[in-house]
Design a protein around this ligand. Structure first.
Ligand code: NAP
Ligand code: GLV
Length: 313
């Protein structure tokens, strides 16, 4: 019986991966969804927001591989078989992309570069207060692959960095203060002049960025959401900005993408919107990691980037 890889997405055109498969593994049987062919021929699904019920309908499926770091778009499917392996991408280019985005967002806010851009356009020579980086306290919610890389970079630039995770991190690099669990959340939030959300989207973290949380940040804090749109309660952010509880927000992920043209985030003076570009993984990395996991499946060795199905990330 043949074995095939199905490229599946309800949101993007997955054919961008076809030339890379042709170059790196020309003998593989690649199917471009929604035309999967015979369901019992599909071995692996490679995907971004696959259709609900897809995995459950493929009787010989051995792996669902995300083209991304996040897997929330896969595990949200209530019909996903509970023991089916799900893997994410882990890639140094993805980490460096996230680092440069967050460093930009933090520096843009802390050094008032938005005001300088406006003054430059108007020919105005005027300083804003210059605050040393060590006096700007940055908190990274989520100290995983991307959060830790980002925390390290900010600490190297001299920012006063803390991270918050589910489990304790006893061996954090010098310059990063660790907090963990709900018991330490208040202490963590109280020292975030900028808060960066780099959490995975799970049942526990959905709606994390809410009015209740904003009230526990220093007045005027800056929010950077590079996690998922559903981490944020949109109306709570608008209200917190409008009453000065928050000073600014830099947002890269949204509940509905593309962000609808009439969404109030677009024209709010305190919000910068970017179109989910904080970082990305190129086709060569995606295909190489898929091929590596295919070899691991055949060899019966542990998969790379396998998530914990119970935790959801
Ligand atoms: P990761 O390696 O899975 O790390 C997740 C971190 O979040 C871990 O430190 C984990 O704690 C912590 N965490 C999870 N649930 C928590 C909870 N309930 N309370 C406290 N901490 C919790 O993820 P990653 O690779 O760093 O990526 C994070 C997310 O970034 C992805 O899931 C994706 O949504 C988003 N992302 C966005 C873009 C973009 O372009 N905007 C690109 C890539 C990824 P433990 O360490 O204790 O497990
Ligand atoms: C992008 O959002 C990712 O999860 O890699």
């Amino acid at each position: 019986m043949s074995s095939a890889i199905l490229l599946a997405s309800t949101q993007i055109d997955m054919s961008y991966l076809l030339p890379t498969f042709a170059a790196l593994a020309p003998a593989l049987d690649i199917r471009l969804g929604p035309d999967a062919g015979a369901p019992d021929e599909i071995d692996v699904v490679l995907c971004w927001h696959p259709a609900e019920g897809l995995a459950a309908a493929l009787p010989r499926l051995r792996l669902v591989q995300s083209i991304a770091a996040g897997v929330d778009h896969i595990v949200a499917d209530p019909t996903l078989p509970p023991d089916l392996p799900v893997c994410r991408i882990i890639d140094p280019d993805m980490a460096s992309g996230m680092v440069s985005y967050v460093v930009w967002a933090i520096a843009h806010h802390h050094r008032h570069f938005g005001a300088y851009l406006a003054r430059s356009a108007e020919g105005v020579w005027q300083e804003s207060p210059i605050v040393p980086s060590r006096l700007h306290r940055v908190g990274i919610a989520g100290l995983g692959v991307l959060g830790l890389a980002t925390a390290r970079a900010l600490a190297m630039l001299g920012y006063d960095v803390a991270g918050w995770s589910r489990s304790p991190k006893p061996d954090l690099p010098v310059g990063i203060t660790g907090f963990h669990g709900n018991d330490q959340l208040d202490e963590f939030l109280a020292r975030c002049d900028s808060l960066v959300c780099l959490l995975p989207l799970t049942d526990e973290t959905r709606g994390f960025l809410s009015a209740d949380l904003f009230a526990r940040l220093p007045t005027g804090a800056h929010l950077v959401n590079v996690g998922r749109g559903a981490h944020l309660v949109d109306a709570d952010l608008l209200a917190a900005l409008d009453r000065g509880q928050l000073g600014a927000a830099t947002l890269d992920a949204f509940t509905e993408e593309p962000l609808p043209a009439d969404h109030p985030f677009w024209h709010h003076p305190g919000i910068i919107v970017t179109p989910h570009i904080a970082t990305r993984t190129g086709p060569t990395v995606v295909v190489t990691q898929l091929l590596d996991n295919l070899a691991r499946l055949d060899a019966g060795t542990p998969l790379a980037g396998a998530i914990d199905r119970r935790r959801g990330y």
